[in-house]
Design a protein. Structure first.
Length: 252
């Protein structure tokens, strides 16, 4: 029955992404666009609810996995969050956890009709300052300190791409530079086993497999940005060590 379950679950979940968005959520996005006093926050909240609905449906129809997200993760506010990256599900999983959230999105998605408009109105940041995106990137980064102070989170996967074998890749400096610019704390998260539900390179969801999907808070780092001894390279090394140590622990 597993192949049949994989196909049915995949069709239902991707139908939620398309038909569900058009029928259930597009009227709310349109209302927020036309009438909201703060489109950015309204769109972020709608994104949160949309993806929360996706994972609620996944919990209901996908047999096998258990899900665990600690309360300390859900309660994070006003922080730069860095996390490992093992599946396409990771970004939307974090969107489903935080009501006010910004992140970095591949610049190519800013060229996709309709979706690009949602990304821009949500205040998300393009990964590169390509054509027509430089001003957008600068504007959002300059406003980040105020945004974080208002209770929003900025999450980033500093490896830049998914790890197919779980090994932590080289970290990029972007998130750490923004944390220093905003003088804010850094929360280090670790996601486990989303790659067992949606394997890299696969289209079908992998159902009927015993599995525990978790998001854990590994550390809350409060760097002394004013210190002459502060080093972004050392901070990145510390974060990478935390992620590697967690990866080596036995999976549930």
């Amino acid at each position: 029955m597993k192949p049949v379950s994989d196909i049915i679950v995949t069709l239902l979940l991707w139908s939620y992404f398309t038909v569900g968005f058009i029928i259930l959520f597009s009227p709310f996005y349109l209302t927020a666009y036309l009438f909201s006093k703060n489109r950015e926050i309204s769109f972020q909240r709608l994104n949160h609810k949309f993806y929360k609905g996706f994972f609620s449906l996944a919990r209901l129809i996908v047999f096998g996995p258990k899900w665990h997200v600690s309360d300390e993760v859900r309660s994070i506010r006003s922080s730069v969050i860095v996390c490992n990256h093992i599946s396409y599900l990771d970004p939307i999983f974090l969107l489903s956890l935080f009501e006010k959230q910004k992140t970095i999105v591949k610049s190519t998605f800013f060229n996709v009709p309709i979706f690009s408009r949602v990304l821009k109105l949500s205040g998300y940041i393009p990964s590169t300052s390509g054509t027509n995106l430089s001003d957008l990137m600068v504007r959002h980064i300059e406003a980040m300190e105020v945004y974080l102070a208002s209770g929003g989170n900025f999450f980033v996967f500093p490896e830049g791409t998914r790890s197919r074998d779980g090994v932590i890749g080289r970290l990029n400096k972007g998130a750490f530079k923004i944390a220093r610019l905003c003088k804010t704390s850094i929360k280090v998260l670790f996601i486990r086993n989303t790659n067992r539900l949606l394997k890299p390179g696969k289209f079908l969801f992998n159902t009927c497999v015993s599995n525990t999907i978790t998001v854990e808070l590994l550390a809350s780092i409060e760097p002394d940005y004013q210190s002459d001894a502060f080093s972004i390279s050392e901070l990145m090394s510390d974060v990478r060590s935390l992620l590697e140590a967690q990866r080596e622990k036995p999976a549930p």
